[in-house]
Design a protein around this ligand. Structure first.
Ligand code: CTP
Length: 395
């Protein structure tokens, strides 16, 4: 659980430092114990007080500051941390750690820790592509340090290219996925579907649903963090593309079905987290439907992708979801049998602050012989728990 985790955020002196404010705020809201260490240069961009207020912990900058009562605890941050997240990570900081230079509190603590360390670089495009910076990154990766790839886009220095810090939400989800992960899906192929499909009625309208895609994207990120090769078949969502994942965008249930069966054979695990439309219009109007008094739509059934997978005698471990408003366990157990799957993850759509657009969920993981109740937690934690159950039967 995140509330048992200590995350140290290292902030370095780049213009993107202001975005780390939101990273700290989000992690705190998700329940983590957050500490911040800033470099001297970072304090030129953001005041330590901002981080202190958001993290509810003292912020460390100066290695040689007078000891306060809380300092003893802070000196042990390297030991206490479950993860270090350096955001933004400048070329300077990356270069120092890659070459064993520890000349301030941040570099000293990073080098003294045995916790997971993840860097989120942000800098000018030419600086990022500079072969010295790239060699330093490779060197750190070889030593087991992780990186969140910068985005392409408009950079503060007025140029365009790769070097932009990803959105804070993206950084937080990638970091948590890494924090929670054990590296136990190496060599495995995982297919995840996500989002809500859209069924066209006419050239401008469609039938859709309220799925945000967050659960499916969390599953893809966790699978990636646990070392799997991940294919994410995504219906439209507003979410950022997870890095290092093969993403295939689809719109309709039929397109999703086609893509799932295209990739099925090579997978070890398939998780259907998408909200696939059960019905689609009998025909799509060529022209925009004009209004009249009442309109009756004729709908036909779509293919139940999960049931087809379950009945196809594939070798994969199959996981389905069941969004229920009543008789949660009973309905989910029926789906488990009817769709011939290994697990049904059942969630009650009436529960407060879970489901659809929320970052949280509360589920029961149902298998033939077991029912595991997972208390309310972030979707990344739920995803991690689902994979832990899957790994048990993989073994
Ligand atoms: N699913 C699917 N193909 C569909 C519809 C659903 O693969 N055409 C998958 C979903 O991705 C989910 C699971 O089936 O993993 C459960 O979907 P849900 O809509 O809750 O259940 P249904 O089987 O459609 O039953 P009902 O709508 O009656 O609850």
């Amino acid at each position: 659980m995140l509330k048992d985790k200590t995350i140290v955020i290292g902030v370095t002196g780049g213009i993107a430092a202001y975005k780390s404010v939101e990273v700290v705020s989000r992690l705190k809201k998700l329940g983590a114990n957050v500490h911040v260490i800033m470099t001297e240069a970072a304090t030129k961009f953001v005041q330590p007080l901002t981080f202190r207020s958001l993290s509810h912990n003292p912020v460390i900058v100066d290695m040689f500051a007078e000891l306060q009562s809380w300092d003893v605890e802070h000196i042990s941050l390297a030991e206490k941390a479950d993860m270090f997240l350096v955001v933004p990570a400048t070329a300077n900081l990356i270069g120092k750690v890659a070459n064993g230079i520890a000349d301030d509190m941040l570099t000293t603590t990073i080098m003294a820790t045995t916790a997971k360390v993840i860097f989120s670089p942000a800098m000018n495009v030419n600086m990022y592509q500079n072969s010295i910076v790239q060699k330093n990154i490779v060197r750190l990766k070889e030593e087991g340090y992780r990186f969140i790839e910068p985005d392409k886009g408009y950079l503060a220095c007025g140029t365009e290219g790769k070097g932009r810090l990803p959105a804070p939400e993206e950084i937080v989800t990638s970091a948590i996925a890494y924090l929670l992960s054990s590296f136990d899906l190496v060599g495995k192929k995982v297919l995840v579907t996500a989002g809500g499909t859209q069924e066209d009625l006419d050239p401008v309208r469609y039938l859709g649903n309220r799925s945000s895609g967050k659960m499916g994207y969390a599953l893809a990120k966790v699978a990636k963090a646990r070392g799997a090769e991940v294919t994410l078949i995504s219906a439209p969502t507003k979410l950022n593309k997870p890095s290092g994942v093969n993403i295939i965008n689809v719109r309709t249930a039929a397109e999703m079905c086609q893509q799932v069966f295209k990739y099925q054979a090579e997978q070890d695990i398939i998780i259907m987290a998408a909200a696939v439309a059960d019905y689609t219009p009998q025909s799509i109007a060529k022209n925009k439907i004009k209004k009249s008094n009442n309109l009756t739509l004729e709908l036909k059934r779509t293919t139940d992708i999960l049931a087809e997978l379950g009945n196809s005698n594939g070798e994969q471990i199959l996981v389905g979801f069941a969004a229920e408003s009543d008789n949660l366990i009973e309905n989910a157990q029926q789906k488990l049998k009817r769709k011939v799957v290994d697990f049904i993850v059942a969630n009650n759509i009436r529960a407060e602050d879970t489901g659809f657009a929320s970052d949280f969920n509360q589920v029961v993981i149902i298998s033939k012989d077991d029912q595991i109740e997972v208390a309310k937690a972030t979707k990344l934690e739920i995803a991690d728990r689902i994979f832990s159950e899957v790994v048990k039967i993989l073994d």
